[in-house]
Design a protein around this ligand. Sequence first.
Ligand code: FES
Length: 275
Amino acid sequence: MWEYSDKVKEHFTNPKNVGSIENADAVGQAGALSCGDKLKLYLKIDGNKITDAKFQTFGCGSAVAASSVLTEMLIGKTLDEARKITNKQIADELDGLPPEKMHCSVMGREALEDALKNYYQEDWEDLEDDVEEGSMIICHCFGVSEKQIIDAILNNGAKTFDDISKITSAGLACGRCRENIKAIISRYVKNDEKKTLTPVQKIIKINNVIETVISPELQKDFGDIELVNVDNNNVYVKLKGHCSQCANAKLTLKNFVETKLKELVDDDIVVFEEK
Ligand code: FES
């Protein structure tokens, strides 16, 4: 049985700001009923400030508590302050969540991001581009950034997923970040046994890896990929299906496609997306 803090119990038994907002300025959703948790978040925005926040949640007690505390955190914040709220801060505000329940705080963060994306619309990409390099959060449950993982590899000698988990705690809860962490490891931990390929062999191998390794993985999420061109170590690809519209397309390209090609073909490969 999991141990819950008093704050989690309080927000679960007496949730704040439950319901919807008529004429909300921003609405965001996360989770899916088929997965057991779903959250809809409503925001009222005046100028640059969030003046009201309400939620409707279907899910466990932690999901209700995380949603409830998130609305309290949001009311009175500026949009810029709200954009920087991490799921770890949501969990901290509840005096912590059991590792198995950290995904409830991730759902809160995702619903907030969805609401802000809907509010900002086309300006959202520009705001995201302002994010400092390496500060992208890889493990949302523990708020571990790409930079922290790279530091663990370069400065603390981490070589495996378990090493990274021991140093940063990343990956110890829902495990959704596992593949991205492994991808970063293969980018930074050198594989000396890789053979030198001729240019033609390299193109054949790239094509083969895309068709037999990368494409089947993306198809599981209703996406796909097509090889467009290879110019030395520059590989040009087109994302298709869900991948082409996915908000995480850049992450998929860097942390999955490029990493797999580095791992299986050549460490110097760089992947570019063709629109
Ligand atoms: S995102 Fe859940 S453990 Fe990393």
